[in-house]
Structure formats: structure tokens, C-alpha cells
Design a protein around this ligand. Sequence first.
Ligand code: SF4
Length: 484
Amino acid sequence: MFALLPEESFTWGDFGVDNELILPKLFREATESCGVCGGVAAGLPMAYLAGFALYALQHRGQESAGLVVGDGSGGKLWLKRGMGLVSEVFPVMAELRDRPGNLAVGHVRYSYGEKKAHPENAEPLLFRYRHGELAVVHNGRLLNGGALREELQAEGAIFQTDTDSELLAHLIARQGNPDLAGALQAVVPRLEGAFSFILTDGKKVYGLRDRHGFRPLSLAGLSGKGFFLASETCAFDTIGAEYIRDLAPGELVILTGEGMESRQLLKPGRPSLCVFEYIYFARPDSNLQGINVHLVRRELGRRLAREHPAPADLVTGVPDSSIAAASSYAEESGLPYEMALVKNRYIGRTFIRPTQQMREEGVDLKLNVVRKIVEGKRVVIVDDSVVRGTTSMKLVRMMRRAGAREVHMRISSPPVIATCHYGIDIPTAKELISHGRTPAAVAGLLGVDSIGFLSEKGMIDAIGLSPEQLCRACFSGVDQYAPA
Ligand code: SF4
């Protein structure tokens, strides 16, 4: 019915790399699964702007990056995608600056679960079907993706990727409606789960959010010349776009050079923005639902200090996402904040990991302890979350090896006790250190003198949204939408 188009220029980079060697997995125990952007504007270099937006969204996925660019006529779209960071896929930004086109859609990817870092999964995906070309990018995860895929395969569909973007493209192509908005109206109600899609048919850009709004997607204006969509508002600041609003759950927006149209495509369900976006995924300079992420993290730290004070000499945070909470924890406790942990920011994606023996001997490339600060001291380590606990265990060992007299762990979120079905790579329940364990048992495993997790109420109050507006299933273990 349609074919996945080859790229004009395809830079797979070092795609033979073992998934485990990719940098973000070493820094994170729960990981994000993509950033999307796209827009239309008359007289602006959209490829260039979307390229800069991808740089701003890089923290949401480092496995691959890509862009499609068009002139708004519905003619042939230009595609470039590849494995690696934005700077590796687009090493010469002048190439994007000089690329004509008033429409662009971009993606940075983090794959999860069995969907390993395969080059064919890099997005945007670009298809040719009977109504022209179609490009799709996606953030999230369809709960019924497996069932839909099986159904389509039984009808003869051939899939070339593991992505939900390809699944949506198949559904659109089979629907047969030459009007893409009409096709989306017909097929999107079949999708269950978490998704923020951006699509283009080369004439317009379409942005779509699932009925619960699990994954963020925001809209901005481009100096009266057009509109831009992005997973996070930090991308708007980078390109000088003016934030308008977040898309509503279930909303479809259709962007053209002339204006923007909004349709409520899906009956909105209970709003369920992923609470982990505030705790850890989103950039501190982004606003979600109009609430600044950095300020939320500061408030998480203050509430943590009130709920779980610690008998200590100093407070330190795990770089980078815990620094805001750690510094406010220190302020609220009246304890000094010290930069006792230093992160190496220059480890390449493909560096060779130390051997097991080296690791046991304390060789660590990403974090180091400032011995002179912690020697003989009672230290509070503030971290944003504990998932498997392997990173925390390592940190505690490093602190003790550096001479800390006591180590107290304080976590600015509740214990993670359940996995995520909505596109965040959280291990299975049995791999979670807090699953089926009391905080005291977790403290014993981590080897800390004490541990304190922020309560669910404290977390929700720090954000300022009502509990009914947030997904927190991995903390509460109550997941009303998950498959049985
Ligand atoms: S289960 Fe947790 S990680 Fe997954 S969407 Fe909900 S809050 Fe986010």
C-alpha cells in the first residue's frame, strides 16, 4: 500500500554500538522516550528553526535525530535522520539554514523495552501512499500497539520498523481519505495509550495528543508568521517562538502558513500528564501546564526537608536533575549545600566502560566525590528518584569510600513501585528496589544510615495541580488504563 522512503542523505553514524554503551542509559535508571517538534511559517527558515528546537529537546532522547522539511506545496519532502546526537546527525547547521522550506517536523528518539536502538526506528518516518507523502513523529507508547500491529499484519501489512508512527501511517493509508485530518478523525479513536504525534502531508502540520495528555505537547506562535509545536517549551525559547498554550488532551491542531485550526478529535478522558516530567524528565526551563519545572523541583526539595529532616552536616544533590531539590532542601533545613558530587559531562556515547573489576575498585567515569568536602561529615544526598537502586548503591559506596561518616538519602519523589505502560522505560516491578519493600528495607539494601521519600501528597502539592490531573501510576501502583 505504501513504502517507507529512503533518505536523501542517511547518516547512521555508529549504529553498531551496543545499546548498553549509549550514554543516557548510564546516567538514568528511568528514561524518556522521545521529543517531537514541528511547524509552519511563511518566510522563516523552518529547517534551521526545527534543528535548533531539536538541540533544545536533546535531553528527551539521544539515540537518533531527524527532520523532514517541505515547501508547503505538498511536493516532495526532504528527510535526514540518523543515529546519534543532533550535533552528529546535523554537524553543519548551515546546511539547515540554507535549506529552503516553510514547513518542518523533527524528532529525537530514546527507544525502550525491546525496541532497541535500531537505525530503521529513527524518526521522522516518511511514507509514500496513494495520496502523496506522509511524515510522522511520535512520543509515547500505544497500549494496544501490539494488537493493532497483529491485525494489520494479518491483513497483509509489512512493517519495516518497531514504531507506533509506522502503525499510525498504516492505519491512515488504509483509511483511504485524501484529507489527512479526516483520516485522523477516523483512525485515532482506535489508538489507546500515551501519544503525542506530529505529522505532515507536506502542506500542513498536524499535532495530536492522546485523550489523557500523558505526554506533553505545546503550541507557540512565530512572530505572526506561523506556528510551532514542541514537546517542551524550552524549544520555543531557543527559537524565539511565543508560547500560546499546551494542547488539550485529545486535541488535534492543524497548522498552515495562514493560521491554526483546532479540533477536539478525541473525547477527553481524565487528564494524566506524567508526573515524572516535573520530577526529572523535562528541562528546568520548561513549563508544563504553565508551571515551571525548576520551581516545582525547588518546592519538592522544601517539602522533602519538612517531611524528612536529617541529622547532618551538609547536603548535596546528584547532578543535574536533583540540584534544584537538594539546594532548597538545604535552605529549608538550615544546612549548607555543597557540591560534593561532580559529573563528567564529556563522556562520549561510545566510550568503553570500565571492567567489572575496575568498577569494584571504584573506577567511575561519570561521577566523582569531592573527598575534602565529605571526609568525616554526615552527608545528605538528595536524588530525584530511585528506580532500580543501582545508581544510589554506587553513590553511597563512593561517599563512604571518600570518608563520609554518615550517609542519609533523601528522595524528592515517592518510592517507584510499579512499571510504566506509557512510554517511559521503567524496569519491571520485580527489578524496582522499592517494590514490596519498606523504606527501611531499601535503606538496608542501599547501605545508608537513613532514607526518606517525599510523600505522594507532598509531590502533588509541590506541583500545584490536582491529583486528578496527573499520572502517577508508577508511584501509586494504581493504573486504571493499563492492560490486564
Ligand atoms: S506511570 Fe509513571 S512514568 Fe509512566 S506516565 Fe505515569 S507517572 Fe509517568
